[in-house]
Design a protein around this ligand. Structure first.
Ligand code: NDP
Length: 447
């Protein structure tokens, strides 16, 4: 898609000021492509240079993370926290531990987080962090020592009213535990609201573990309802086999669908009878092993090493692994094979070419910043419970999550209509999220 001529120079400036950060460029471009008509209705946003300001992080922190491995060797990783925008609340967003992490990845994620968090309707700004540390193959002790070293720098930048990190790829309950423990120790504060995704015995919220996957599935359910359809009887494919994938597969099953394939970065499992989620949980959450182990238990299931999961025919596709995992060709294949809905559990999993294929085909396409907002929304619910030292029931929290996802869907749908792009959730999400943050920025003056 073309960028409006008023917005084009801003995009060029972003390219010049942030060389080599291709994922960040991609995320910015996708939002800026939607904003031309917004400046016509809201000339004040141009007068206040809101787009220029929103593309520049408020603060970027990069730090050394030294730690000692089990053989006694000193290891050095790099830590990041990008505090992107605090117009709507404390910076909020997860931390990713993966060898591919560099500043451009954290900035793309932090930028998306501004609009996603705005869409939730809850008081949270946008931020993201992480490290190029790879938890895979590390012992619990090594992960603990790394997390302690990471927090020894991070603690001075975060706080329940400042910046509230959570999990993302490679950061689950185990890592949040080590990080919270070290924060508590060096600050001498039992400050539950400083991190979300905590354990249930020490300030965590029911449904947070399930929230991103459940929320993405609720979002797709809403898109299907608009088309007088439902998950009932649908064949689904969910990439990844981590936190988001597992709870997407669980909610799909509860809504009457069947997931026939899931994956990790080495290959995918195809099980025509439907993925046995208890086995996946045992392999991934308990044993921390690879997904290929699934085919050792079920001989009828196939493990396709290095294969492309998007070759598997399905009616609903839910990319839930990582960025740019669906390219133009994958998207064409999905559409040709009869896919009618795509809900992004992962952040920016579809390339611009892939998005174009989905939009041209007029299938129901829910972009990540809307579809996967249930995770951060439930983190904000965890913050609410921490603030009043309370804990809610599973059913009540899940109902709150479902209502939030319904609202996000309705906001995106109505905004797309209002801006002349009916059914285009990309336009709807970008514009609705942007306007909310932009209005606050105008109100605050030039800061
Ligand atoms: P996990 O670490 O729990 O799981 C990630 C899964 O994706 C694993 O199966 C992993 O396989 C696979 N994966 C990761 N990187 C790649 C890659 N480069 N190529 C292929 N597969 C890959 O992470 P989450 O489930 O938490 O996160 C998944 C996605 O959802 C991310 O895009 C994240 O940003 C997004 N997200 C997560 C939220 C949350 O609450 N956790 C909230 C909103 C979005 P392997 O083990 O082989 O690496």
């Amino acid at each position: 898609m073309k960028i409006d001529e008023k917005v084009e120079p801003i995009y060029k400036e972003v390219l010049d000021r942030n060389p080599g950060e291709v994922e960040f460029h991609q995320a910015v471009r996708e939002v800026l492509e939607s904003l031309g008509p917004v400046l016509v209705k809201h000339p004040e946003f141009a007068d206040h240079k809101i787009i220029e300001r929103i593309c520049e992080p408020e603060r970027q922190i990069i730090f050394r993370v030294p730690w000692v491995d089990d053989s006694g060797t000193v290891q050095i990783n790099r830590g990041f926290r990008v505090e992107f925008n605090s117009a709507l609340g404390p910076y909020k967003g997860g931390m990713r531990f993966h060898p591919s992490v560099y500043l451009g990845i954290i900035k793309f994620l932090g930028f998306e987080q501004i609009f996603k968090n705005a869409l939730t309707g809850l008081p949270i700004g946008g931020g993201k962090g992480g490290s190029d540390f790879d938890p895979k193959g590390k012992s619990d002790d090594e992960v603990m020592r790394f997390c302690q070293s990471f927090m020894t720098e991070l603690y001075r930048h975060i706080g329940e009213n400042t910046d509230v990190p959570a999990g993302d790829i490679g950061v689950g309950g185990r890592e949040i535990g080590y990080l919270f423990g070290q924060y508590k120790r060096i600050t001498n504060r039992w400050e539950a609201g400083v991190l979300t995704g905590k354990g249930l015995d020490w300030g965590g919220s029911l449904v947070r573990t399930e929230a991103t996957g459940y929320g993405a599935t609720f979002f797709v359910d809403e898109m299907l309802k608009v088309r007088n359809d439902s998950f009932e009887g649908k064949k689904c494919v969910v990439s990844g086999s981590g936190n988001v994938s597992i709870y997407t597969i669980e909610k799909i099953a509860q809504l009457g669908g069947t997931t026939v394939a899931c994956s990790d970065s080495n290959g995918y499992i195809y099980d025509e009878k439907g993925i046995d989620l208890e086995l996946v949980k045992q392999i991934k959450e308990v044993e921390r092993r690879r997904i290929k182990v699934y085919a050792e238990t079920y001989k009828h299931a196939k493990y396709i090493s290095g294969g492309n999961i998007w070759d598997v025919p399905c009616q609903v596709a839910m990319p839930s692994a990582t960025q740019n995992e669906i390219n133009g060709k994958d998207a064409e294949k999905l559409v040709q094979n009869g896919c009618i809905a795509v809900g992004e559990g992962a952040n920016m999993p579809t390339t611009p070419e892939g998005i174009k294929v989905f939009l041209d085909a007029k299938i129901a396409y829910g972009p990540g910043k809307a579809a996967n907002a249930g995770g951060v929304a439930t983190s904000a619910l965890e913050m609410q419970q921490n603030a009043c030292r309370d804990s809610w029931t599973f059913d009540y929290t899940e109902k709150r999550l479902q209502d939030i996802m319904k609202n996000i869907h309705a906001t995106c749908y109505e905004t797309a209509d209002e801006y002349g792009a009916p059914g285009n959730y990309v336009t709807g999400a970008n514009i609705a999220g942007f306007i909310k943050a932009a209005n606050a920025m105008v109100a605050f003056g030039v800061i």
